[in-house]
Design a protein around this ligand. Structure first.
Ligand code: 2M8
Length: 436
């Protein structure tokens, strides 16, 4: 397929997934607005319809709670019933600060908004409407970061926690296995539910039934504590400080500081967060033996051992020092030399690696976008080019899927990717990659 055709197809996917004011990740599998998906979508959409890209982010923030939370799903339609868990299962009315309309979930996702604002400002430096948009959203994004530092950092370390794997965006990563195994499921007390995802995507490419029981358990735990109560940190068996969520938060803090300075907002609070978060990330997450950053299991009080894609996002945020950056770069270079597409979402040498199951091994194009930028930050341009080229190649050969086979030998016999088709962030980051 020619580059012109790829661009035309990407735009067609994003047009087909556009609803009234926002883009669904994938028409069938994910029929609502997802938080971090919208950020990546804006980065692609702005290249052919700037107004729509701006509206995407504004619509997302119509779901913001009084406490600052930006939920992971905004259920703009209450009639759409093909996704589980829907708004009625979340019952966010337990929290008086949750909006009545639109209905939302009660958890969050990676804090991409700050860097998305800056990305668009940099792309369109002379557009007054982009400047006005950034100034309107700035205080809302800061309020969201304040939520994370207030409600998700009980020991005031400068590192936020998550209490549900869906918050990480990397739902069934093997990183969470040990914490998830801690949850004892009592079927008699777990509310009845029916999954919808496995009716649309292949079951062996999705999380398992046991994992879904635990997702529901943690949702109920959040609900019990109004989704922001201190009881979450006290009780949740799953309580994790994640490498990627914290790296993205730090990256967005940096963007907000620059934006705030450009437009004359007070950035004192942002600078204080940043001054605490970067050294804390360095101190707590670097693992000398593994030569990578590893998240921290707050409930189990230990590092979460595993080589995983989230650590590579530290490059995008500029957290890694030169030596650490080199180690992360070498890790990727070796994978490339051994015949893997970049960047597999989990350690290919681990027995828990699964090249086709969701976040346990496949390639995710928006992750390539983040890692590509990170490698460029440190001047590793040749490897950055490979990361970009691999994403383009997989989409060109296998279609606009949600994720892709990471083992080149195995991918050679495949004609398509995995998970949902006609996927928004896949199309959006492809547009940006092709525009570069
Ligand atoms: C996936 O997660 C949702 C739950 O949020 C699901 O499996 O139902 C993840 O890949 C997540 O990162 C993504 O934002 C979402 C929509 O694309 O799908």
């Amino acid at each position: 397929m020619s580059t012109e055709q790829l661009i035309a197809n990407s735009i067609a996917v994003l047009n087909a997934n556009w609803r009234d004011g926002f883009t669904v990740p994938s028409g069938q599998l994910y029929p609502f607005q997802w938080n971090w998906d919208s950020g990546f979508t804006s980065i692609g959409t702005c290249l052919f319809d700037l107004d729509r890209a701006l509206l995407e982010m504004e619509t997302l923030f119509t779901g913001q709670w009084d406490n600052g939370l930006v939920p992971h799903i905004i259920f703009h339609s209450e009639k759409e019933t093909t996704y589980f868990p829907n708004f009625d299962f979340w019952e966010t009315t337990v929290n008086a600060g949750a909006p009545q309309k639109p209905k939302t979930s009660g958890i969050t996702q990676p804090a991409v908004h700050g860097f998305v604002l800056e990305h668009l400002l940099n792309r369109f430096p002379n557009e007054e409407k982009v400047k006005a948009w950034a100034q309107r959203l700035f205080p809302k994004v800061v309020a969201y970061h304040r939520f994370l530092y207030t409600y998700r950092d009980p020991h005031h370390e400068g590192l936020m926690f998550m209490f549900h794997p869906w918050e990480s965006g990397r739902d069934n990563s093997p990183l969470w296995d040990e914490s998830m195994d801690r949850i004892v499921i009592d079927k008699a007390t777990l509310p009845a539910y029916t999954r919808r995802d496995t009716k649309i995507a292949a079951a062996d490419e999705r999380p398992t039934a046991d994992q879904y029981d635990r997702y529901v358990y943690l949702l109920e735990l959040g609900k019990k504590h109004q989704y922001d109560g201190p009881g979450i940190a006290e009780e949740s068996p799953f309580l994790v400080q994640d490498t990627m969520m914290n790296a993205i938060l730090i990256k967005s803090n940096a963007s907000l500081i620059r934006i705030g300075e450009q437009f004359g907002f007070d950035v004192g609070e942002l600078k204080e967060w940043q001054a605490q978060s970067i050294p804390a990330y360095q101190r707590k997450f670097w693992n000398e033996d593994l030569q990578t950053f590893t998240g921290y299991d707050l409930r189990g009080e230990k590092q979460i051992i595993g080589k995983e894609i989230g650590a590579l996002v530290s490059l995008t945020a500029g957290i890694a020092d030169e030596k650490q950056a080199k180690a992360l770069k070498n890790y990727l270079q070796q994978l490339h030399d051994r015949g893997f597409y970049l960047c597999p979402s989990f350690d290919v040498d681990s027995p828990r690696f699964d090249s086709k199951r969701y976040w346990r091994g496949p390639i995710w194009p928006h992750m390539n976008w983040l890692v590509h930028q990170g490698l460029q930050n440190y001047g590793f341009n040749d490897l950055a080019d490979i990361v970009r080229a691999d994403a383009i190649h997989l989409i060109r050969e296998h279609g606009f899927y949600e994720y892709f086979e990471s083992n080149k030998a195995q991918a050679a016999s495949l004609t398509q990717g995995y998970g949902g088709d006609q996927f928004s962030w896949t199309s959006a980051v492809l547009l940006d990659f092709l525009d570069a």
